[in-house]
Design a protein around this ligand. Structure first.
Ligand code: HEM
Length: 161
């Protein structure tokens, strides 16, 4: 991926050096995870790197490094920009903000009635431990806000407009 970067000017050299540093940092992280020196911070080891590490026939060290860089690049600004648009919406539309809060509180109350073991979780722990791709579909207004943010300000619009 970075092997074809040109190296003519001081700036290009700096970019190339920085890319090499990033690759080495990720390489070290992968080695630490492999040896058990560092652990996944995602519950049930459900992060992608844990998945890659389980399949050494498919993912060697270099392919894991470039796969991770690809995902970080593809996923960072897109998610960041979408979150900014949503925060802007929440800050300027109190009615929608109240609906989001109400929907989440209702979801939480209903869930805790069925799962009393979760009643002491604070909001953030509840989101991290309970919300997933499937049950978050029940948050209708929240999903509408996300879809509208993506529709009105698409962070990865193709073809230009
Ligand atoms: C709001 C968030 C995101 C938006 C709007 C978005 C949008 C897009 C778009 C429009 C494409 C091109 C699809 C195509 O070629 O038809 C794409 C590709 C891709 N995205 Fe995202 N993305 C988002 C988040 C993420 C995240 C979080 C990840 C990874 C963790 C990710 C990883 C990728 C990858 C790997 C591809 C290339 C897929 C392929 O061609 O095989 N994206 N994304």
């Amino acid at each position: 991926m970075f092997g074809r970067l040109f190296n003519f000017s001081p700036f290009e050299k700096e970019v190339k050096d920085n890319c090499a540093r990033i690759v080495e940092k990720i390489r070290q992280y992968i080695r630490d995870r492999k040896s058990g020196k560092r652990k996944s911070s995602v519950s049930n080891n459900s992060d992608l790197l844990s998945l890659f590490l389980k399949d050494p026939d498919v993912f060697n060290e270099d392919s894991m490094i470039y796969e991770l860089i690809d995902l970080i690049v593809a996923g960072s600004l897109t998610s960041q920009y979408t979150n900014l648009v949503i925060l802007g919406h929440i800050a300027t539309d109190p009615e929608s903000r109240d609906k989001l809060r109400q929907e989440f509180s209702q979801f939480r109350t209903d869930y805790q009635q069925e799962h009393p073991e979760c009643k002491d979780l604070d909001n953030l722990s509840f989101i991290n431990k309970v919300l997933n791709g499937e049950n978050s579909q029940d948050l209708e207004w929240t999903n509408n806000v996300i879809m509208e943010a993506l529709r009105i300000n698409p962070p990865a619009a193709m073809g230009g407009n």
